[in-house]
Design a protein around this ligand. Structure first.
Ligand SMILES: *[C@@H]1O[C@H](CO)[C@@H](O)[C@H](O)[C@H]1NC(C)=O
Ligand SMILES: *[C@@H]1O[C@H](CO)[C@@H](O)[C@H](O)[C@H]1NC(C)=O
Ligand SMILES: *[C@@H]1O[C@H](CO)[C@@H](O)[C@H](O)[C@H]1NC(C)=O
Length: 383
């Protein structure tokens, strides 16, 4: 027995040396280890699960299963271009989490509430091995954002995840190998400009308060074992068709004041990612520059097969931004995937697909310091 173990240990050492040699010859890993104290090794272990947190950009049906919530997209024509029925997703098809799952080759994650209902009514014994989606449309990083819409706050999403880990419903090794996706903050910033309930904080202090919440979230998911973390920047929220609902917002161009806040928040996210190697030993964190990716679509739309990058395909009124898609009086465009915006707030599936491709295999101007394809196959040392 002892002999066998020694042989195994020797073989493991040889493998580590070989992997180290391999790793040092790859530019990706050397660029990581120069900014990180944690050596990262390349292996063929691929990520097999995604845990997703955030708002309507990612919500795959949590609000639909939350009868208390009034922020819904579980009616036609949502989902019509891909699923051919409404799933609760706020677009005409798949979201970024869906595309990345397909690129990895795993099934799409179910919303947490659906999983919970199945576990409660006895139709499910084991929790999914491909991850869970906790995102709730309308939520923000600030606890109070859209509370009146019955949304699940980021803090509650975290508690839901935490409980599953503590109750051993999610395997700890799986957690360490999984992707953690975070995208939230658009609703906090959009709500800052709503005419009722004027904010007490100035824009900078408000953004700082948001970043404090993101930091707390990071601390917690790290504590619970998350190691492959992707923070996605906000898109240019000031360009959404729904800005037509806000008094004083320009129609012929994006809402500059809003985009300024978005950029400050995104900058804060980027520095959170920069600080990860020191602050969270053993973590590989990446920053997805959604803002820049989307601004490129807007700058050269035809290159990306967009015929309209300003108004909503599905909606009504100014920019199609005054009525939610599917609600009374809405109109639907003929070619949804030629539009950047599917509805008043959300990108079309075509936009999500392009974004997903950029995040999966894109260069550093799109996602850094690693793209998701690389992040999926990197082995992290335990700390
Ligand atoms: C990870 O590497 C293995 C072996 O090279 C490969 O088969 C697999 O497709 C890679 N996975 C991803 C997600 O790139
Ligand atoms: C349990 O809940 C799921 C999700 O709502 C549903 O699809 C399924 O039919 C339910 N099963 C039973 C036995 O009630
Ligand atoms: C439902 O939403 C209201 C706010 O509209 C909230 O006060 C209440 O706690 C929510 N209930 C559940 C079960 O989530």
């Amino acid at each position: 027995m002892i002999y066998k173990e020694q042989v195994v240990i020797l073989m493991m050492n040889i493998m580590i040396v070989i992997t180290l040699l391999l790793a040092s010859s790859l530019s990706v890993s050397s660029s990581v280890s120069s900014t990180s104290k944690t050596p990262m090794l390349i292996s063929n272990i691929a990520v097999s699960a995604i845990f997703t947190f955030g708002d309507s950009i990612f919500d795959a049906g949590n609000n639909h299963f939350n009868k208390n919530s009034t922020a819904q997209a579980d009616f036609p024509p949502y989902g019509s271009s891909y699923f051919h029925y409404p799933t609760g997703r706020f677009t005409n098809g798949r979201t970024v989490a869906d595309f990345i799952s397909q690129f990895i080759g795993i099934p799409l994650q179910k919303p947490y509430l659906e999983v919970q209902i199945e576990a409660m009514n006895g139709s499910r014994k084991d929790y999914p091995s491909n991850g869970i989606n906790f995102a709730s449309a309308g939520s923000g990083v600030l606890q109070g954002t859209n509370k009146d819409l019955g949304v699940i706050s980021l803090q509650e999403q975290l508690l839901q995840f935490q409980t599953l880990v503590e109750q051993n419903h999610i395997d700890k090794t799986l957690v360490q190998k999984s992707f953690f996706f975070f995208e939230s903050g658009s609703n906090d910033i959009f709500n800052y400009f709503l005419p009722f309930d004027p904010p007490t904080l100035d824009p900078d202090a408000y953004v700082q308060a948001m970043l404090t919440q993101v930091t707390k979230f990071m601390d917690q998911i790290y504590k619970h074992g998350a190691r492959r973390i992707a923070l996605f920047s906000l898109g240019p929220v000031g360009c959404v068709p729904a800005r037509a609902l806000l008094p004083g917002a320009p129609i012929d161009r994006c809402f500059g004041k809003m985009n300024l806040m978005v950029k400050k928040y995104n900058k804060g996210l980027q520095s959170l990612v920069n600080d990860m190697p020191i602050k969270y030993p053993g973590v590989a964190g990446v920053y997805g520059a959604i803002y820049d990716i989307v601004q490129r679509f807007r700058a050269i739309p035809t290159h990306y097969h967009f015929s309209d990058v300003s108004s909503a395909c599905c909606g009504e009124g100014t920019l199609g931004g005054l009525v939610q898609c599917g609600k009374e009086g809405y109109k639907l465009c003929a070619k949804p995937n030629e539009f950047l915006f599917w509805d008043y707030f959300h990108p079309s599936e075509h936009a999500y697909k392009l974004i997903s491709k950029a995040l999966w295999a894109g260069k550093k101007s799109r996602i850094r310091p690693l793209n998701l394809k690389t992040l999926a196959n990197i082995t992290l040392t335990r700390v």
